[in-house]
Design a protein around this ligand. Structure first.
Ligand code: PGA
Length: 237
């Protein structure tokens, strides 16, 4: 099975970055070794679909928890589907912490995304404090509680699960490979999925992380804005 590489541009990037990525991937297209999912900001989704559609699946970084109506500033799952997205990141720790998104709110988004044929990329992970006090497994179970819902559980194959320790995001710190292995094996045994790892993945460490048992892919933030690095990662160089 091909490994998955997700690029999360967060609130970064512009048309010219998209163009550079397209040009770079054009030169290596037939060497691509993985499933690539590009998640640029909302404003670039249409252009990304037009220009990158041959190289990447397009994903949004967020969606509304409501289907339509009086929600100024929100973008619905249907709108994302209409513009050509096939994935949407839900529950990223930056949304959980900076925008107070609760597990229940995240669950509503997951349900809605599935209804509109968007594949949710659900992110979850523990804080440094929780990591230090060995609470990781307990925290992950509470964040994955939405799997108790039968309507979600029955569509589990359409969900991507991204384990992202909060203390590893944007910090340059990562768990050891043994720790990554341990968490992903726990997830596999307990919930039956092979997770994606995210948090300070870069060109130097991605291969060993991807080769870790029960890891199905990587979610990359900062390093995915460096066109030369993300291109190399995509062709496994
Ligand atoms: P990072 O971000 O690769 O910059 O740590 C990952 C993420 O937040 O998804």
């Amino acid at each position: 099975m091909k490994k998955i590489v997700i690029a999360n541009w967060k609130m970064n990037g512009d048309f010219s970055l998209l163009k550079s990525l397209q040009a770079s991937l054009l030169s290596v297209h037939d060497k691509s070794e993985c499933e690539f999912i590009l998640c640029p900001p909302f404003t670039l989704l249409g252009e990304a679909k037009k220009t990158m559609g041959d190289f990447a699946h397009i994903g949004a970084q967020n969606c509304s928890a409501f289907p339509s109506g009086a929600h100024t500033g929100e973008v619905s799952c249907k709108m994302l589907s209409d513009i050509g997205c096939s994935f949407v990141i839900i529950g990223h720790s930056e949304r959980r912490t900076k925008y107070s998104e609760s597990n229940d709110f995240i669950k509503s988004k997951i349900k809605l995304a599935l209804e509109y044929d968007l594949r949710p990329i659900v992110c979850f992970g523990e804080t440094l404090e929780q990591y230090k006090s060995c609470e990781t497994e307990e925290i992950l179970c509470s964040q994955l509680d939405f799997l108790q819902d039968d309507s979600i559980k029955s569509m589990m194959d359409n969900i991507l699960f991204a384990y992202e320790p909060i203390w590893a995001i944007g910090t340059g710190l990562t768990p050891t490979l043994d720790e990554i292995h341990k968490v992903h094996s726990f997830l596999y045994k307990k919930f039956g999925f092979m997770g994606i790892y995210g948090g300070s993945v870069n060109h130097d460490n991605y291969k060993s992380i991807l080769n870790t048992e029960n890891v199905s892919g990587v979610l990359i933030g900062g390093e995915s804005l460096k066109i030369d690095k993300i291109t190399k990662i995509l062709i496994n160089e």
